[in-house]
Design a protein. Sequence first.
Length: 176
Amino acid sequence: MSDAPPFRSADPVTDRMATFLASIGIPVLAADLPDRCFVPGIRLDRGRLLVDEARMICPGDLLHEGGHVAVMAPAVRTGRAVDASNDMGDEIAAIAWSWAALTHLGLAPEVVFSPLGYKGAAPWLIETFRAGHAPGLPLLQWMGLTLDERSAAERGTLPFPHMQRWLREEPPEAAD
């Protein structure tokens, strides 16, 4: 897949999401994905998203799957081909990350939190984030991606959903 072309969509919202992901370091490549994917039409592959637009059901899945890539430790992100993590912490972090991304892009929450996904919990997730509660925020903060309100105020910066960085980095070496 190294020779796959960058993914481009005729749909402006889908293209905007793919362009954003590429701009933060998550390559989005066009691919023919005839085999079943965990998320229809999207496969995670060594830090990249392979996209078969004809098989994609919810274009907003691009941001959610991008969130999975973003919250992986770099060694994991680039070292394996996976469809999704079975780790609930990764899932919660990816949900919060995708909320931050859709907010950053000015998209309606329903673009990502489609009624077709999240096992029927999409309306609850939207309401929870709109109410100022952020499941996954402690994980994103631990990963060095964003700050809660108190920590942001102490540092004179903006809190979640503003992101300090979009991709997880390796933790700093422990002090001797």
